[in-house]
Design a protein. Structure first.
Length: 435
């Protein structure tokens, strides 16, 4: 037997160590991380029923999550461990798709950890919470900013007595869809948005949806994606629904909004690529800014302003039994009111940061967002329930619009605009990737 000296043994052990470490690194794949991520999200969902907005992955994972409710500290440790494993996953420089996937998982895991901290009792300011959950910095606007918009709006409103809010509400209340005609109007709006969307986006043959009318909700509409290209679209009828909301809800919740977004993620990323992380949608995450922002911007993609006004004047207004002679004035006023949309953010910031009492929050919403008291109450319920999530609608829309317009170029064709929009909503791109 040959003599084995200490140096030889050391070299041998070093060889074994580095090869074992190398093998361990190679064993960690993006797919492994993705599975761990999905199961983490399902487990967090056991602590907050609103957290998992949709799931259509392996049923046994969902059942396992229901049976075993992990402590929050254990879930935070898991989130940390998964994030650290993900850092060790190497992506080829030229593989943009895998790079986006890794960034997606990193950002989503970071938001999941923040959610766990909040569930554990950590309180963040409105701005810090929005940054940690949705990967964006919300803008701030002063009362002076909104007063300037209100001054311009006042000139466009029909003359009459009362405050700007009273005059605006008096004018707008002429355009409420009668309850008995709501389903007819909404069904026609969906069919129009669907037909226009399918001209530019290829959807699975089996894609489908059902519409339900509900009450006692904090939101005006919701898409509950079921998987296999099917959605349940719910419309809240607690408050009167204005004629412009028919297209807004049809496009936002359906085509090319949430329904199409989820269908494309499922078909393009989950089924074609096998990216299991797209079998679950955690609501309080950066993904929501893309989801809500693209759903809001999608309204203008599917029905640009001139085409929308023509369709509503010729089709929806008559179906609702409304006066068509004021369509142009109605949309002129609505376009000005749209500029007040960030007033809701300021109300939410003040409310959540404890700087506004409920009465002060109501004042902001009625004065600067021009809500009536019932809608202001509903919005406060929404903010109490979903907190800084509100930024995903307006800031998300602005960021998605800027991204699409920059990518599509000046004076793009409808085909080009749709192509950029479709590429965005069928990719793992998150807010940081919109810049």
């Amino acid at each position: 037997m040959k003599h084995i000296n200490a140096v030889s043994i050391l070299l041998f052990l070093t060889f074994i160590f580095f090869n074992t470490a190398s093998a361990q690194r190679k064993a960690i794949t993006m797919n492994d991380i993705a599975q761990q991520y999905v199961r983490l999200i399902l487990d967090i969902g056991q602590h907050d029923p609103d957290f998992v907005d949709a799931y259509y992955g392996p049923k046994e994972w969902q059942e396992a999550a229901k049976k075993m409710k992990y402590e929050l500290t254990a879930l935070k440790d898991r989130a940390d461990a998964i994030s650290n494993r993900l850092k060790r996953v190497r992506v080829p420089r030229k593989d943009q798709s895998s790079a986006l996937r890794k960034t997606y998982l990193q950002k989503q895991l970071s938001a999941a950890y923040t959610k766990l901290e909040m569930l554990s009792g950590t309180k963040y300011s409105f701005d810090i919470e929005a940054k940690k959950l949705y990967d964006v910095q919300p803008p701030k606007n002063s009362e002076r900013y909104f007063l300037a918009i209100l001054k311009d709006l006042e000139k466009s409103l029909p003359s009459g007595e009362g405050t700007i809010q009273e005059r605006y509400l008096r004018f707008r209340n002429q355009f409420i869809i009668p309850k008995e005609k709501l389903d007819t109007v909404f069904t026609r709006a969906i069919s129009e948005c669907r037909a226009r969307t399918k001209q530019f986006i290829t959807l699975p043959e089996n894609e489908s949806f059902v519409v339900e009318y509900v009450t006692n909700k904090a939101w005006s509409g919701y898409n509950w994606y079921q998987g296999n290209a099917h959605s349940i679209i719910q419309v809240n009828t607690d408050l009167p629904i204005f004629i412009d909301r028919a297209i807004d809800l049809a496009a936002h919740e359906g085509y090319p909004g949430h329904h199409v977004y989820n269908v494309l993620l499922e078909s393009e990323l989950l089924k074609k690529k096998g990216w299991i992380e797209f079998s679950v949608y955690p609501l309080f995450s950066p993904q929501s800014l893309i989801a809500e922002g693209s759903a809001n911007f999608g309204i203008d993609v599917v029905l640009p302003s001139k085409e929308r006004m023509k369709f509503e004047k010729e089709v929806l207004f008559p179906l609702a039994g409304l006066d068509t002679t004021q369509v142009e004035q109605y949309y002129t006023i609505l376009s000005l009111v749209e500029e007040l949309v960030y007033a809701g953010n300021e109300a939410a910031r003040g409310h959540l940061d404890g700087k506004f009492s409920k009465d002060e929050t109501m004042r902001w919403l009625t004065t600067y967002a021009l809500f009536d008291s019932a809608r202001a109450e509903q919005r406060i319920k929404f903010v109490d329930k979903y907190r800084s999530y509100i930024i995903n609608y307006n800031l998300g829309q602005d960021l998605v619009r800027q991204y699409v317009e920059k990518k599509a170029g000046k004076n793009p064709t409808a085909e080009k605009r749709w192509k950029v929009f479709t590429d965005l909503i069928s990719s793992p791109r998150l807010p940081g990737g919109l810049k």
